[in-house]
Structures are given as C-alpha cells and as structure tokens.
Write a protein that binds this ligand. Structure first.
Ligand code: DHB
Length: 303
C-alpha cells in the first residue's frame, strides 16, 4: 500500500483528492459526508448576498465524460452559510471556503466574515458565467490586488483559483504568489458553448458555460506544468480527473493535490474512494512509496 497522505500548506490530507467547488457542496451535512472519502472539501462559491443562479438548462452533458455548465453561482450568501460551514468543520476533512463577488469589496467581505470558520479560503477569480466574473484572473495586477486585500482580513491560507483562458497563466500565478497566496488552484472551467442544430439555438439558457471533464484535462496539465516551473507555492490541480491515473498525471505536471468535480457529478462521493484506490494501485504498480514522490515528475526533478 502506497502512502497517499499529502501536506498542503500545513493541512494534513489523508489522500490527494479534493472535492472541487460547485458539486454537492452547498450544505454542511453533504460536505461532512464527502469528507469521509476526500482528502479535503471545497464549498460552493459563496457571495456576500444570496444568488438564485441562471435559468435552466444549466447543464449539458458531453461525450467522453465532459460537461458544460452555467449555474450562475447560486448560493445562500454569507449569513445563511455560516451554520453550514460550522457543521462542515465537524467532519474529518479540512474545509476550503470558496469565495466569489462582483467586486473586490465583496471578496473581502466574504473572506472576512467566514474565513475563520474554514481551514483555507479559495478565491474564485475566474467564473466564466457571470458578467465580469473572469476579469479578476485576466490581469496579474487585479488578481494580485484581490489576494493582497483578502490577506489583510483573514489568517487562514488563501488559494487563488485561476482560469485557463489567459495569455500567460504563470504570470498571473507569480502575481498571486507575490501578493501572499499560499496556493493556486489550476484550473477553473474553460468558456465553451454548444448549439442544438435542430433549433439553431444555444443549449444553455446562459448561452455559454464552463467546460469540465476529460476535454479539460490536457489544458489543465499544460497550465499546471507552466505554473509549477514559476512558483514555489503548492498547486491544487483541477480539470478532468476521472481516474487515479488522471490524478497521477496532474501531480506529475506539478500538482500537490487534485480537485475532482465532473467525476463527482457523475457518480457522487464514491468517486473519491475509486480514484484514491486507483491512484494507490498505480503507485504500487510503478513502485512509488508515496503519492508525494510523483509531484512535478514531468519536470525531471523531485525524483
Ligand atoms: C460556474 C462558476 C464557475 O466558476 C465555473 O467554473 C463554472 C460554473 C457557475 O456557477 O455558473
């Protein structure tokens, strides 16, 4: 049996799989249940005020276990989520609070009011589905500014969640590291669109959505690889982890842990048991003693 334990900015994870933000993560009870199997759990993006989200259809399932979604950041807002967070924290896995807002003041408000109830704060700088949502991660200066202002109001580690749709993701990564981020989640979903040719109309009510699942994986691998070469803080690799070997691939690119979203959408919390077991079997087959032994392997170091 390989050792799957991972340390992420001082947090001990029993395995490197993390519930990605946006899937079965809107109540304390479900986060606690998923935490039995996942190494850590991330909440839904929480905004200052409650948000209803977009009209349906909000989801399109694609071939090869990929999907497009445009939920529109539905969430209960700060006041209604505090109790849920307290319940989530009674579970066995560290809890990462994901925060989102339409301006810097809003990001700061959520982090200030709820950050101390979580083990880390992940900053959604790159939502593809709301007006202005992507703008925070498309400029190194703006991304750095959001992180440094949040850093002033919370003591817990801050993780910047970056999107792939930029010229140079490593430039943004360097800026958030400099601003005081303890980690980077790479990547958010990729803006994408599907049209129903029978009606000639976009399928999603929001017209476009965020692409996730297997189609996103090679993009995530490249982004993680590029970031790993430029920063020292750990990366949570997220994008198309459907199997244990996919997790190994993102770790070899440079991820310390991996977010899992689409696989959880498909099969629920059981995805974590399956992916962890498959990762363990892979490590055993290749003769690696620890999951951490493969981090950054594709860079020709850490071996
Ligand atoms: C939504 C937000 C995201 O950050 C994402 O990657 C995909 C969807 C949303 O709520 O619409």
């Amino acid at each position: 049996m390989a050792n799957l334990k991972i340390s992420l900015f001082g947090l001990g994870l029993k395995n490197p799989t993390i519930l990605a933000s946006g899937v079965i993560d809107n109540t304390g009870a479900i986060l606690k249940r998923v935490g039995k199997f996942a190494g850590a759990v991330t909440t839904k993006s929480i905004s200052p005020e409650p948000r209803k989200g977009h009209e349906t259809p909000t989801i399109v399932e694609l071939e090869e276990r990929s999907m497009l979604n445009a939920m529109g950041l539905p969430n209960p807002g700060i006041e209604n989520f505090k109790e849920e967070l307290k319940i989530a924290k009674t579970g066995e896995a560290p809890v990462i609070l994901n925060v989102v807002a339409k301006d810097i003041k809003g990001f700061v408000e959520v982090a200030e009011k709820l950050g101390s109830f979580a083990d880390a704060v992940e900053v959604n700088l790159s939502c593809p589905n709301v007006k202005g949502g992507l703008e925070f991660s498309q400029s190194a200066e703006v991304a750095g500014d959001v992180i440094s202002k949040i850093k002033k109001v919370t003591k817990v580690p801050i993780i910047a969640k970056l999107g792939p749709n930029v010229n140079s993701i490593s430039e943004i990564a360097k800026a958030v590291e400099k601003a005081g981020a303890s980690g980077i989640t790479a990547i958010n979903t990729m803006p994408a669109m599907e049209i129903d040719v029978e009606t000639g109309k976009a399928i999603l009510a929001n017209v476009s959505g965020g692409l996730s699942g297997s189609h996103l994986r090679p993009i995530a691998v490249k982004c993680i690889y590029d970031i790993y070469g430029e920063v020292k803080i750990p990366i949570i690799g997220t994008g198309g982890v459907l199997t244990g070997e996919d997790a190994a691939e993102l770790m070899m690119a440079g991820a310390t842990a991996v977010g899992v979203g689409t696989a959880v959408w498909n099969e629920g919390p059981a995805a974590f048991q399956r992916i962890s077991k498959e990762l363990n079997d892979f490590l055993d087959r290749k003769g690696y003693k620890n999951a951490s032994d493969i981090i950054g392997l594709a860079h020709g170091k850490n071996v």
